[in-house]
Design a protein around this ligand. Structure first.
Ligand SMILES: *Cc1c(COP(=O)(O)O)cnc(C)c1O
Length: 315
């Protein structure tokens, strides 16, 4: 977020949680020789531009959780994530924005995980509680959770993926001025996909690119989050574009992402949006996207993660 080119005139600080939300998010046409060769038209739904800190799918998934907190008079939101979690980052900013206390249960040791994501979250007033992996696995166990909550607490599951995430994501579909043949998006916990299935029109298809290895569980998880998905046609999760697993990526993928960004002007990161775009172009290359298709790729945000990857020397 810090390497945005400075613009003329007064602009809010790049990471200001109080900046206004830009909704509906912009839709940008993407041009690329392979798209022309395959007679496919591609647009990007720029949810990464919704807000500098509350970006992407994390904002959409949080929206009705925040509503619920307000309607139930909860003043404290508790959630979970890894040390570079986009969800933790967005929740901390949302709490700051709305005057809600937030707690992030973070997988890892405080001494070993200090990074830009967590510093920002702390700066917005989030209480960070570091737990080891074994404890973290108990994050759905009410007995374990009891020590962190009181009657004013709303618990939001990891990644913000709960049935409450569904309507917020489904709204995205209504922002589009036309009905695409195909939606494409990255998929990790399945919450965003579940919301898109809930919102899509019957004729529209969805290709979700699993960004993690062993995504066989995702189909059932999507149906748990949104039971009507089980009887909804036209969605598919591609499991073979994970490139090594969650938050892993090859040098080849990162190079492809950088070249693609330079060519198209679309900023991407390698964990979600870049990996999903790479997956889409592999599908395109393999001839698996029908000619004549109008495709909308959802940029789910997460650009804050680049800072962490740079800090770790991975880019
Ligand atoms: C969390 C996240 C995803 C994955 O969304 P799920 O709802 O967990 O499948 C995709 N893109 C970005 C940028 C994310 O932060």
């Amino acid at each position: 977020m810090t390497d945005n080119a400075p613009k003329a005139g007064p602009t809010p600080p790049a990471d200001d949680p109080l900046a206004p939300l830009s909704l509906p998010s912009p839709l940008h046409r993407i041009h690329h020789p392979l798209l022309d060769a395959r007679d496919v038209r591609l647009w990007c739904k720029r949810d990464d531009l919704i807000h500098p800190t509350l970006s992407g799918n994390k904002w959409r998934k949080l929206k009705y959780h925040l509503e619920r907190a307000r309607s139930q008079g909860k003043t404290h939101i508790l959630s979970f994530g890894g040390a570079y979690s986009n969800h933790i980052h967005a929740l901390a900013a949302a709490g700051f924005r709305l005057g809600l206390r937030t707690t992030g249960i973070i997988r890892g040791e405080a001494a070993t995980v200090s990074n830009a994501t967590l510093s920002a979250a702390r700066g917005w007033g989030m209480d960070l509680v570091f737990v080891d992996r074994q404890s973290y696995r108990r994050r759905q166990d009410p007995d374990w959770l009891a020590r962190f909550e009181d009657e004013d607490t709303l618990i939001v599951p990891e990644g913000g993926s709960s049935p409450l995430a569904i309507p917020g994501v489904a709204e995205l579909v209504t922002e589009l001025p036309f009905s695409p043949d195909l939606w494409v998006l990255p998929c990790a916990s399945g919450g965003t996909l579940a919301g898109l299935i809930a919102g899509k029109r019957e004729r529209e298809r969805i290709l979700a690119i699993a960004v993690l290895k062993g995504g066989g569980f995702l189909h059932d998880e999507v149906c748990r989050l949104h039971p009507a998905a089980a009887t909804t046609q036209g969605w598919h999760i591609a499991l073979d574009h994970h490139d090594g697993g969650y938050a892993r990526f090859s040098q080849a993928l990162w190079q492809w992402v950088q070249d693609f960004s330079a060519q198209t002007g679309l900023p991407l990161e390698p964990i979600y949006s870049g990996k999903a775009m790479w997956g889409l172009f592999r599908e395109l290359d393999a001839g698996r996207i029908p000619r004549g298709s109008e495709v909308v790729f959802i940029h789910t945000g997460g650009m804050q993660g680049l800072a962490g990857l740079r800090e770790q020397g991975r880019l």
